[in-house]
Ligand binder design. Structure first.
Ligand code: HEM
Ligand code: ZN
Length: 182
């Protein structure tokens, strides 16, 4: 996982709980003095441990922590990659462009990023089916990122997650319904 992801997590924790809480968290997971550098990669397991620590500290289940983080991460990445964001005029366009536009650019900007496989299909009722697969199984992060994208475009959505890798599916299906296009 790229350092940029850890830096976003650090900023979220520092914003919500303060610098001491972040340092405590690092210390408790044997990562004292760790400085995450955006373009470098760090073990996925470090992210999972830190999420576990935040989940304990806030008494919130880990899946909710990951989702909350995903929402925050969207704003963090969007701010840093305006040139990518400017290619989209609305929420739907962005969702259809996650793989072919956004993550394709990410491959050019970062050295060997670990990205999920994402494809999007329009459903019969106008809903979007976002199919997610990754050995990191961060589908809750994907949910949060989608929520963050909707907020970015002032679009009201509802989400369902009827098929999930955490329940043995080979890929997750996240169903996104646009309720109000802002
Ligand atoms: C990684 C999904 C938008 C850049 C990821 C991951 C997920 C994800 C779930 C975690 C890795 C994994 O699951 O295997 C999405 C979704 C998006 C979105 C659903 C929109 C709704 C963006 C945007 C950017 C971006 C706007 C930046 C312009 C990245 C980067 C990584 C990443 C840098 C980390 C790669 C690494 O750690 O090696 N994305 N993403 N994503 N994404 Fe996206
Ligand atoms: Zn899932």
């Amino acid at each position: 996982m790229k350092g940029v992801i850890f830096r976003a997590l650090e900023q979220l924790v520092v914003d919500k709980l303060g610098m001491a809480a972040w340092n405590n968290l690092l210390q408790h997971h044997g990562l004292a003095e760790q400085v995450y550098i955006s373009p470098k990669s760090y073990p996925d397991q470090e992210l999972m441990s830190l999420v576990g620590g935040i989940s304990e500290a806030l008494a919130i289940p880990a899946d909710q922590v990951v989702k909350m983080f995903g929402e925050y991460l969207f704003g963090y990445l969007a701010n840093r990659h305006c040139a990518i964001m400017n290619q989209f005029v609305n929420f739907q366009e962005l969702i259809f462009g996650i793989d072919a536009v956004i993550h394709k650019e990410v491959i050019k900007l970062y050295h060997e990023p670990n990205l999920p496989a994402i494809r999007v299909e329009q459903g019969s009722q106008g809903e979007l089916n976002v199919f997610y697969a990754s050995k990191r199984q961060l589908c809750w992060c994907a949910e949060g990122l989608i929520v963050g994208a909707a907020k970015y475009f002032n679009t009201r959505i509802s989400l369902q997650h009827p098929e999930c890798m955490h329940q043995g599916a080979s890929e997750c299906r996240i169903v996104v319904k646009v309720e109000d296009n802002g």
